[in-house]
Ligand binder design. Structure first.
Ligand SMILES: [Zn+2]
Length: 579
């Protein structure tokens, strides 16, 4: 139902002004721009317009810089000054998956149009990363087998073969670290990360992953649900790009319902949520024509800019309230689970799912019949229940040996202080009692989950220069969700602290036998505990070496740091001398 009308619309709205700078995609709608053409295009615009700056921020994994385009109506390009002027900042990210290049091509046209039509809003500064995964963009091919164009495009993995849209917490790529620098320098209120979706066939060109409403700060969530999202859906519909929430099927087809996407902090928009930034992930539908997808992405960005321009003051107030909330927030959920009983109905425009015999296997296969479009209510399950609520400590204490953690904290504008001398501090320490680990690497890591902890109060020796992070900050969500080991995307989950899981010293059975016997004789209470343990644990009863190990672990010889999570929790105010 969209196609003919949309192509006509594209021809009308795409006709650039006379003498306008034309992008390679506009010259040939079947192609997407190359990296060289992309940078040449923006460099040329940069020389023509004083309302644009093309900035360079550090390097990506392939040694090329990460660029940022800033569009500012009054030619102020200093983020601190922009914030002082009470302007909103939108950050748009393109090509995290370079095989999904609509955003790359659409942004080129959008930037050009805003400059040539002199239509950059006075109260909004627009920042655009023209290409995030430079590495992947340079590795051009046809790796997205199911996608309907363009002819060739970049590859999903970066130069380390990482999926950069899983790299926002572990930050293994230089791309991610530079992105975090940009994000925390500009501190956008609204963020867009442009993508293309896979999956079922249906009538929509545009689908949207909005921030998960139960995970986002409630103030932002209320504005998003009651105003911003309904307006965005309305505006996209009136531009003939009616949207559906991202089609995350419960079963094989959308008919049985879809679930809201839980963008945990490893994803770009989940990372944005940690910073009280509203993050959208529009996903165009891969089976629609490339020009339709580019135009849909253009319209999406245009409408977000319109809404931010209109609601600029409200967005600022909400952000301030949300930040104040987080600063004072006491308990934080670390996991979320889908409520499978709570759903709403959505009028969905699909294609009939049917089955026929496969020419490959001879077995029944699924297909969607585009000759049978339908419209019906489907169930959307989008209520997530917070789990593992944790009470924040007064402060976290991080030994300086964990430098990568400190570097990431600093990159994320976390306020950190340092101890001025060696000292012992009463700290609540976690012991890792149990955890599960995947058996194949995921994004270069053996991810941990289902972490079980035991806590112990200890007087821990810290050293001059160790770090202390107080939890009265706007960055509390970033701090707590990364430092609490049970967090779904915590630093512990991503293997930052795996060395504490290994035991450093052991004993020789035959030598320790005599010492173990002496220890038991010396401490009758220990002997009683061992006997009780043997009664309830048959394996222990039958294994001489397990019994020796039990005595060893309960003796002063056993290292207290084994399985001890090294980040201390200061649970009450203590006077500590700091830098
Ligand atoms: Zn993607």
């Amino acid at each position: 139902m969209f196609s003919r009308f949309c192509i006509l619309l594209i021809l009308i709205t795409y006709f650039p002004m006379a003498n306008a700078q034309i992008s390679p995609y506009e010259k040939d709608n079947a192609i997407t721009v190359s990296y060289q053409e992309l940078m040449d295009y923006y460099r040329l615009l940069d020389t023509k317009y004083v309302q644009m700056q093309l900035l360079e921020y550090g390097q990506t994994d392939i040694g090329k810089p990460l660029n940022l385009i800033v569009l500012s109506a009054d030619k102020i390009f200093d983020p601190a000054q922009i914030r002082k002027q009470n302007k909103r900042i939108i950050l748009i990210n393109n090509g995290i998956h370079p095989g999904e290049p609509e955003g790359i091509d659409a942004s080129m046209i959008l930037v050009r149009d805003l400059l040539e039509k002199n239509s950059i809003p006075k109260n909004v500064v627009i920042c655009i990363i023209p290409i995030y995964n430079v590495d992947g963009m340079l590795n051009r091919g046809q790796s997205r087998v199911n996608q309907n164009g363009p002819e060739s495009y970049g590859f999903r993995g970066n130069y380390q073969n990482l999926d950069l849209n899983r790299d926002f917490i572990k930050a293994d790529s230089r791309n991610s670290r530079v992105f975090q620098m940009i994000f925390n320098t500009w501190q956008p209120e609204v963020f867009i990360d442009n993508h293309t979706s896979n999956g079922a066939d249906y009538q929509y060109i545009m689908t949207l992953i909005a921030p998960q409403k139960d995970k986002l700060n409630p103030v932002l969530s209320e504005y998003l649900s009651s105003r911003m999202l309904p307006d965005l859906y309305k505006k996209m519909k009136s531009s003939n790009f009616e949207m559906t929430p991202y089609v995350n099927n419960i079963e094989e087809t959308p008919d049985s319902g879809i679930t809201g996407f839980l963008e945990t902090p490893r994803y770009s928009t989940g990372y944005a949520a940690l910073h009280n930034t509203i993050g959208f992930m529009p996903e165009t539908h891969m089976l629609k024509s490339y020009p339709q997808r580019v135009e849909g992405t253009y319209k999406f960005m245009e409408h977000v800019i319109e809404i931010v321009k209109r609601d600029a003051d409200l967005i600022a107030t909400n952000k301030q309230k949300a930040d104040a909330d987080v600063r004072a927030q006491v308990s934080f959920p670390l996991q979320w689970t889908l409520d499978d009983r709570s759903f709403s109905l959505f009028r969905f425009k699909g294609y009939m799912a049917k089955y026929k015999t496969s020419e490959v296997s001879g077995i029944q296969r699924l297909y969607y019949d585009r000759n049978e479009p339908y419209e019906k209510d489907i169930r959307i399950f989008d209520h997530y229940i917070p789990l593992d609520l944790i009470k924040k400590p007064f402060a976290y204490i991080i030994p300086q040996s964990w430098q990568k953690v400190i570097d990431l904290m600093l990159l994320n504008n976390v306020q950190i202080q340092r101890l001025v001398s060696d000292m012992e501090i009463d700290s609540e320490m976690y012991y890792i009692e149990d955890y599960k680990t995947v058996n194949k690497p995921f994004e270069g890591h053996y991810l941990h989950s289902q972490v079980k902890l035991r806590t112990e109060m200890q007087s821990v020796k810290y050293y001059e220069g160790d770090y202390i992070i107080y939890t009265d900050q706007v960055k509390n969500r970033y701090i707590v969700e990364t430092l609490e080991p049970q967090g779904v995307d915590s630093f512990f989950a991503w293997n930052f602290f795996d060395s504490v899981l290994g035991q450093k010293e052991h004993f020789s059975d035959y030598v320790f036998e005599d010492e173990a016997a002496r220890l038991l004789k010396q401490d009758p209470e220990l002997m009683v505990r061992l006997e009780e343990e043997k009664k309830i644990n048959p394996e222990l009863l039958q294994s001489p070496s397990a019994q020796l190990d039990w005595v060893y672990r309960n003796s002063k010889h056993y290292e207290r740091t084994h399985m001890r999570y090294p980040v201390g929790r200061l649970i009450s105010p203590a006077k500590i001398e700091l830098n």
